[in-house]
Design a protein around this ligand. Structure first.
Ligand code: CMC
Length: 426
C-alpha cells in the first residue's frame, strides 16, 4: 500500500480521486493512474514525456545530473574497469559475475556465435546494396524459425538460451551484412578471440591471410558496445517490451527493437552524424548549417546533438570523446578532414545561446560515429553496431518483463475524428 497519495479533481466528476504515489529506490515518484479508466478518464501523454511504462531494476538515468547506472554501477566506472561481456552478464543477472561465472558466460557466448548454415542463402535474397538494418530486421526475426523447440517464453531455460543466442549471433549477422555488401566471403567466428576482437575479425579478416585485431581498436569497439548496452525505457527498448507483452517470441521482439532503433531520432543518428559532416564538407559552411538548425521552418537538426532525457550532458559522450581522441591518435588519423568540422561544430554548439538555452549537447552518437569511421566501419553499418551493443539491454528488459506478471501493452487515445455517422445511401 502506497503511503503517499495524489488527489485529482476533474470537472464533471463529483468525487476527488485519490491516486497512490510510489517511490522508486531513486528518481521521481510515480502516480499510479491505473484506476482512472474505471472513472471514464484517460491520461494524455504523447511521446511518454511523463509516463513510467513499467517498473524496472535494470538501468537508472538522471538526465539533469548526467548519470547513467547499469544495475547501480555508474557508466564511467564500468567503461574504465569492466568490459562488454561483463556488462551483458550484469544487465541480465543483476550482479557482477565472479571470475568463474564470467569465464563460463564468455564460453557460452562463444559457443553460440555461429549461425545456422541455412541463414547464408537467406542473404542472397537481398540486393548487395541493401541497407544492413533492413537485413538485420529480417535475419534476427528469422532466427526464430531455427529454434522452434525453445520458444516457450514462460520457460526460464528457453529464455536464457534465447538471451545467449541473440547476444552471440547478432554480431555475426552484422559482420555478414558487411561482407555481403562488398562481395567478400563470410568469416566464421573464432573462439580464440575476445567478443570485440572476433567482431573485428569477422568484419575485416579474409580467408587468404592472417588477421590480427588491433588491441586499441578492439578496446574502442568494446567501449562502444558497453556504452550502448542499455538505456532504460528508450524507444527501441519500449518497442521490445510492447512486442513482448503480446507473448511474441524473443527473436521477433528484438527484431522489432532493431526496427525502432533504425530511425534518425534514435540509433540512426550515428549514421546521420557522418552524413551531416560530409554534407557540411568544410568548416566555412558550419554557420550556414547552424542557422538552418535554428530555423523553425527548416526540418534540419544538428545530428548528434540533444537528448530526450539528458538535459545537461550525456555521460556516454564524455567517455567516447576521450576514446575518440585516443583512437584517432593511435591510427594517425588526426588529419581526417571531417574531424575539424566535428570539433568546430561541437565548439559553436556549446557556446551558442540557442543550444545552451535548450540544453543541446553532443550525445553519444556524435562521437561514436567519428570512432566507427576511424575504425573503418562503413557508415550504413553504424546503427547495426548500436543494435549489437543494445542487444543485452533489450534482452534484459524482455526477460525482466516476462519474469514478472505483465499485461499486454495497450495505450488508449484522445479521439478527435468524426463521431458516429450513417453510411450515405447511393
Ligand atoms: N538541432 C537543433 N535543434 C534541436 C535539436 C537539434 N539536434 N534537438 C532539439 N532541438 C530543439 C527543438 O527544435 C526544440 O526547439 P524549440 O523549443 O524552440 O521548439 C528544442 O530543441 C527541444 O527539442 P525536442 O525536439 O522537443 O526534444 P526531444 O526530447 O523531443 O528530442 C531528440 C530529442 C534526441 C529526438 C532531438 O534532440 C534530436 O532529434 N536530436 C538529433 C538526433 C540525435 O542525435 N538523436 C540521438 C539521440 S542519442 C542516441 C539514442 O539514445 O538513441
Amino acid at each position: 500500500m502506497a503511503e503517499k497519495k495524489a488527489q485529482l479533481s476533474v470537472d464533471g466528476i463529483e468525487e476527488t480521486i485519490d491516486l497512490p504515489v510510489y517511490e522508486g529506490s531513486t528518481g521521481p515518484d510515480v502516480v499510479d493512474v491505473r484506476s482512472l479508466t474505471s472513472k471514464g478518464i484517460f491520461t494524455y501523454d504523447p511521446g511518454f514525456m511523463s509516463t513510467a511504462s513499467c517498473e524496472s531494476k535494470i538501468t537508472y538515468i538522471d538526465g539533469d545530473k548526467g548519470v547513467l547506472l547499469y544495475r547501480g554501477y555508474p557508466i564511467e566506472q564500468l567503461a574504465e574497469k569492466s568490459d562488454f561481456m561483463e556488462c551483458c552478464f550484469l544487465l541480465l543477472n543483476g550482479e557482477l559475475p565472479s571470475v568463474d561465472e564470467k569465464a563460463q558466460f564468455i564460453d557460452e557466448i562463444k559457443h553460440h556465435t555461429m549461425v545456422h548454415e541455412q541463414i547464408r542463402p537467406f542473404f542472397n535474397g537481398f540486393p548487395r546494396h541493401a541497407h544492413p538494418m533492413a537485413i538485420m530486421i529480417g535475419a534476427v526475426g528469422a532466427l526464430s524459425a531455427f529454434y522452434h523447440n525453445d520458444l516457450q517464453i514462460d520457460n526460464i531455460e528457453h529464455r536464457k538460451a534465447a538471451a545467449v543466442r541473440l547476444i552471440a549471433k547478432i554480431p555475426t549477422l552484422a559482420a555478414m551484412c558487411y561482407k555481403y555488401s562488398i562481395g567478400m566471403p563470410f568469416m566464421h567466428p573464432r573462439n580464440d578471440l575476445s567478443f570485440s576482437e572476433n567482431f573485428l575479425y569477422m568484419m575485416f579478416g579474409n580467408p587468404c591471410e592472417e588477421y590480427i585485431p588491433s588491441p586499441v581498436l578492439a578496446d574502442a569497439m568494446d567501449k562502444i558496445f558497453l556504452l550502448h548496452a542499455d538505456h532504460e525505457q528508450n524507444a527501441s527498448t519500449s518497442t521490445v517490451r510492447l512486442a513482448g507483452s503480446t507473448g511474441a517470441n524473443p527473436y521477433a521482439c528484438i527484431s522489432s527493437g532493431i526496427t525502432a532503433l533504425w530511425g534518425p531520432s534514435h540509433g540512426g543518428a550515428n549514421e546521420a552524424v557522418l552524413t551531416m559532416l560530409n554534407e557540411i564538407g568544410d568548416v566555412s559552411r558550419i554557420p550556414e548549417f547552424i542557422d538552418r538548425a535554428k530555423d523553425k521552418e527548416d526540418p534540419f537538426k544538428l545530428m548528434g546533438f540533444g537528448h530526450r532525457v539528458y538535459k545537461n550532458f550525456d555521460p556516454r559522450a564524455h567517455v567516447l570523446r576521450d576514446a575518440a581522441n585516443n583512437v584517432l591518435e593511435e591510427l594517425g588519423l588526426t588529419n581526417d578532414p571531417l574531424l575539424p568540422i566535428a570539433k568546430e561544430l561541437e565548439r559553436i554548439a556549446l557556446e551558442d545561446e540557442y543550444f545552451i538555452e535548450r540544453n543541446l549537447y553532443p550525445n553519444v552518437d556524435f562521437y561514436s560515429g567519428i570512432i566507427l569511421k576511424a575504425i573503418g566501419i562503413p557508415t550504413n553499418l553504424f546503427t547495426v553496431i548500436f543494435a549489437t551493443g543494445r542487444t543485452p539491454g533489450w534482452v534484459a528488459h524482455w526477460h525482466e518483463m516476462i519474469s514478472n506478471p505483465f499485461k499486454i501493452g495497450r495505450p488508449r487515445q484522445l479521439y478527435t475524428g468524426p463521431t458516429f455517422r450513417d453510411y450515405p445511401d447511393k
